[in-house]
Design a protein around this ligand. Structure first.
Ligand SMILES: Cc1cc2nc3c(=O)[nH]c(=O)nc-3n(C[C@H](O)[C@H](O)[C@H](O)COP(=O)(O)OP(=O)(O)OC[C@H]3O[C@@H](n4cnc5c(N)ncnc54)[C@H](O)[C@@H]3O)c2cc1C
Length: 495
């Protein structure tokens, strides 16, 4: 089937709806439910882009007479990586970078894991069931590619008590754990804290980097994939941000509320062919790094964040143009701050490709240093972007009569008093409503939280960077400098 259309995505979702709950009600059809239908159609729009004649060659690649999504292509050269990066940016631009978990992100994960499948062969289990973990991982990549699936994922256990191990919580199955092995698969019980984009075809529980257990073997170590409508699996969604407003009034939240869900496993059976790893804590913790999945995902992320920062820059400058504030020095300085962030992220993307090398699985892999810098830098600076919009827009970002107001009895006054220096009130209000949705609405607030945590806890990410970064050469340079003779060479100490 390969690269699907938006209609095919919607038909599949309607036929196999994930088990979603919103406000105490089961979502029977996410393509029509008021809280999810607009997001479902935005995703469909992303799939349709693949078939746009102007973009087809940029968003898909050809293999064996079929076309597949570019984000599932195995890069063999730096040119391949650059093509994948361009596809990420084109897709990201369609949501101004505000869709954090477009399918491209998980596609990068399964591509790298599929190519690094031999890693999973190291996982040994005792007993009668001897699954082909490596084959399962490889075939899962092909399955995702051949059906152009949309994936969500859930890595962290519930936030009950972070001072305790999963095995020390009041119930052994608060954290997701293995209950039993059966001839037809593994039974799992417990919960996972967060899965963004639950209106997906499948849930991937990739072996997590954050598992803390004392033993080498643990019932909490696992990797697998299942359909989002698997029996016993439920997604408890957060309060929706798409509240049915006109896209002119809520330009982002009415289109890109990707949702976040708490994931409950009530004795869910995962067939053996969908299991990639079991029990092995060290292998689970090492899977992202050893397969380089983390780098391919980070490469999608850096491209996405370039698109998002460009959207902030365009919005900020449009506000400045609208209210005529561009001559003030501090206003210029604030826009310059965004330019600097953008250029840093663009440079890190370029450096990731320039320094790419072929990994042990034959995959051209972007350089770790720039990507680690990007995924630690952006969460630290992101909060300044919405703040800058607020500082530039001031009262304009709150005094925004709606489309209905503009069409109501005060319409003529609104047209007069809320016009921009360079545009009508209608255009000015559309712009300021976008700035509000980027920086102040519930949707904008969730974006700020998302940017801080979506790749993991920033505190522990910094520690991880500290651990892996080779600081040795620089320490050695300082040692050599300190030991260098104080006198120029050839000059005796008593001269
Ligand atoms: C909007 C949003 C969307 C997300 N989407 C997804 C998703 O799609 N899939 C997914 O798997 N995850 C997702 N996440 C979860 C994300 O991976 C986690 O938020 C992140 O890993 C941090 O874990 P936590 O939220 O459980 O925080 P916690 O681990 O509970 O941390 C809470 C606080 O305690 C501190 N803390 C806790 N433990 C330690 C420790 N050992 N050492 C030092 N400090 C500690 C942290 O620094 C932090 O200040 C999402 C998160 C957000 C906010």
């Amino acid at each position: 089937m390969a690269a699907i259309t938006g209609q095919q995505f919607l038909d599949r979702l309607r036929k196999n709806p994930p088990t979603l709950y919103i406000d105490g009600q089961r979502v029977e059809d996410p393509t029509t439910h008021p809280a999810t239908r607009n997001m479902a159609h935005s995703l469909a729009g992303l799939y349709d882009l693949q078939h746009d004649p102007a973009l087809r060659d940029k968003l898909t690649y050809e293999e064996g007479g079929e076309r597949y999504p570019m984000s599932l292509m195995v890069p063999r050269t730096k040119e391949d990586l650059a093509r994948i990066g361009e596809a990420h940016r084109i897709r990201a631009n369609s949501s101004l970078g505000f869709l954090g978990r477009a399918p491209d992100y998980m596609n990068a994960n399964v591509m790298a894991a599929g190519m690094g499948a031999e890693y999973f062969a190291r996982c040994e289990v005792e007993g009668d069931h001897q699954p082909d973990f490596a084959g399962n991982m490889r075939r899962y990549y092909e399955y995702v590619r051949d059906h152009d699936l949309c994936l969500t994922h859930a890595l962290t256990n519930p936030q009950v008590n972070r001072a305790k191990l999963a095995s020390e919580l009041p119930d052994p199955y608060i954290a997701l754990g293995i209950v039993e092995e059966r001839d037809d698969g593994v039974v799992l019980r417990g919960a996972r804290m967060m899965a963004t984009l639950p209106i997906a075809d499948e849930l991937l529980v990739f072996p997590s980097t954050v598992l803390k257990e004392n033993a080498d073997k643990s019932r909490y170590a696992m990797g697998f994939a299942i359909p989002t409508n698997a029996p016993g699996l439920s997604f408890q969604c957060r309060e929706p941000f798409d509240v049915g407003r006109d896209p002119e009034d809520h330009p982002l939240s009415s289109r890109f509320d990707e949702q976040d869900a708490f994931v409950i496993f009530d004795d869910v059976l995962v067939p053996w062919e969908r299991v990639f790893l079991l029990y092995d804590v060290n292998l689970a913790n090492g899977a992202y790094a050893a397969t380089d999945a983390v780098l391919h995902m980070a490469y999608q992320v850096v491209n996405l964040k370039v698109a998002k920062t460009e959207a902030f820059l365009g919005t900020a400058q449009s506000i400045v143009n609208a209210i005529g504030s561009g001559g003030f020095q501090h206003v210029q300085s604030k826009v310059a701050e965004i330019i600097i962030m953008l250029e840093i992220m663009k440079a890190l993307e370029v450096a990731a490709v320039a320094g790419a090398t072929v990994n042990e699985y034959g995959v051209m892999t972007p350089a770790r240093g720039p990507l680690d810098a990007a995924r630690n830098y952006y969460p630290a600076v992101y909060a300044r972007l919405p703040e800058l919009l607020q500082l530039l827009g001031a009262s304009g970002i709150i005094m925004m009569p709606s489309k209905a107001d503009r069409e109501g009895p005060l319409g003529p006054q609104i047209q007069k008093y809320l016009q921009a220096g360079n545009a009508s009130a209608e255009d000015r209000l559309k712009l300021f409503r976008l700035a509000w949705d980027m920086s102040m609405s519930s949707f904008g607030g969730r974006q700020s939280l998302y940017e801080k945590f979506f790749f993991g806890d920033p505190v522990r990410m910094h520690s991880a960077l500290y651990e892996v970064y080779d600081k040795g050469p620089y320490v050695e340079r300082i040692r050599a400098f300190l030991n260098r003779s104080a006198k120029p060479e050839g000059v005796a100490a008593d001269d």
